[in-house]
Design a protein around this ligand. Structure first.
Ligand code: NDP
Ligand code: MG
Length: 382
């Protein structure tokens, strides 16, 4: 492929897999960014030869600048540096794999610069969905999903005649490491147990979100924005094998799904090559090896985050941003050993009750609501 790519969050789980995919596709790399991992970003810079790299953390950026002195690679710092990379004139596509709503500002910068967006960073769409989709429309920018479920929905919708033909979406969920457990059993689970995902190897934040099933709630909101459906049109279905990555139902009750082994390099590659398809190093799916595939309803009383997110997007305004901000804070506190597993959903619920929302929000409103939700969580940890 002759296209040029920039990656925001190149040192993470999705970022490193995206570099692998881009290399095999023969794509050129313009810019790479990360938060503070100067060592890995240096390695990537030497290997993939971007002309610019950026680190949010100023000290890490200083170290990287010294480390790359013998090259002509420009090193930038801070969120401004990341935004410069997002808008760089040489890239055709910007893949956003930052974790958290910190990806919102650079994503908006990339859209303003009319870059095609390959979006892994779901929190950006959850927190600022109206702003992101409006800006993308204004600038005629495509947002191509990287999240496996949304890629599956997008792939299943290829060739749809009219939007009105789509009736509903089956959003599949692995159920995570705690599938089948009761609330009592979840009270004392540890971080190590939460990090043992049955099918996917991912960054720590999303792995904990998968354990609480907040990830599925965030994905429900992500699907509302990406596909213009109502929350009531999305049904979450537990599918332990992670082979059916999601499905769409049309008005004639015909259902189309996308299947494949659980490997993020398939959706990453499709976002980069759409509408074309290229060969991939990913293992081939053998259905006889699986033998059977199972489907069931999620236990939304135990895994409250799904219903909390559904309620948040139904109420609209800044409620999804509040749910996301509270979860980002609570997820980090759980990973830091400061709160228990069940506290995460309780704190998200509390923030949704207490933090005020508004309709027709601006980017400042999004950051204010996010800050208020995080403050709520910090004030209410027992
Ligand atoms: P990781 O934690 O592995 O990587 C996150 C990346 O973002 C790193 O490059 C990190 O830099 C950078 N980063 C962290 N904080 C900031 C910040 N404040 N500002 C700018 N950059 C920052 O996450 P994942 O790759 O697992 O996930 C990335 C996104 O993709 C998430 O939104 C997740 O929900 C989504 N996603 C991930 C999947 C997966 O399989 N991992 C599947 C589907 C969606 P540094 O290394 O320096 O900290
Ligand atoms: Mg997903």
């Amino acid at each position: 492929m002759t296209q040029t790519l920039s990656i925001l969050g190149s040192t993470g789980s999705i970022g490193t897999q995206s570099l692998d995919v881009a290399e095999k596709l023969g794509m050129k790399i313009a810019c790479l960014t990360a938060h503070s991992n100067d060592r890995l970003l240096e390695e990537q810079a030497r290997k993939y030869k971007p002309h610019t790299v950026a680190l949010v953390d100023e000290d890490a950026a200083k170290r990287l600048k010294i480390a790359l002195q013998d090259t002509s690679i420009r090193v930038l710092s801070g969120m401004e540096g990341v935004c410069v990379c997002a808008a760089d004139k040489d890239s055709d596509t910007v893949l956003t794999s930052v974790v958290g709503m910190a990806g919102l500002r650079p994503t908006l910068c990339a859209i303003e610069a009319k870059k095609k967006i390959a979006l892994a960073n779901k929190e950006t769409l959850v927190a600022g969905g109206a702003l992101v989709t409006k800006k993308a429309k204004e600038h005629g920018v495509e947002i191509l999903p990287v999240d496996s479920e949304h890629s599956a929905i997008f792939q299943s919708l290829q060739g749809m005649h009219r939007k009105e033909e789509l009736k509903s979406i089956f959003l599949t969920a692995s159920g995570g490491p705690f599938f089948g457990k009761t609330r009592e059993e979840l009270a004392d689970v540890t971080l190590a147990q939460a990090l043992k995902h049955p099918n996917w190897s991912m960054g720590a934040k999303i792995t904990v979100d998968s354990a609480t099933m907040m990830n599925k709630g965030l994905e429900l909101i992500e699907a509302v924005w990406l596909f213009g459906v109502r929350p009531s049109q999305i049904e979450v279905v537990v599918h332990r094998e992670s082979v059916v990555h999601s499905a769409v139902e049309f008005v004639d009750n015909s259902v189309i799904a996308q299947l494949g082994v659980p490997d993020m390099r398939i959706p990453i590659q499709y976002a980069l090559t759409w509408p074309a398809r290229y060969p991939s190093p990913v293992q081939k799916l053998s259905l006889p090896d699986y033998g059977k595939l199972t489907f069931s309803k999620p236990d939304e009383d135990t895994f409250r985050c799904i219903a909390l997110c559904r309620g948040a997007i139904e109420r609209g305004g800044l409620y999804p941003c509040i749910a996301n901000g509270a979860n980002e804070e609570a997820n980090a506190l759980f990973r830091g050993g400061k709160i228990g597993f069940l506290d995460i959903a309780d704190l998200v619920a509390g923030a949704l009750e207490s933090v005020p929302s508004k309709e027709n929000y601006t980017i400042d409103d999004v950051f204010d609501a996010d800050g208020a939700a995080r403050a709520y969580v910090r004030e209410h940890i027992s």
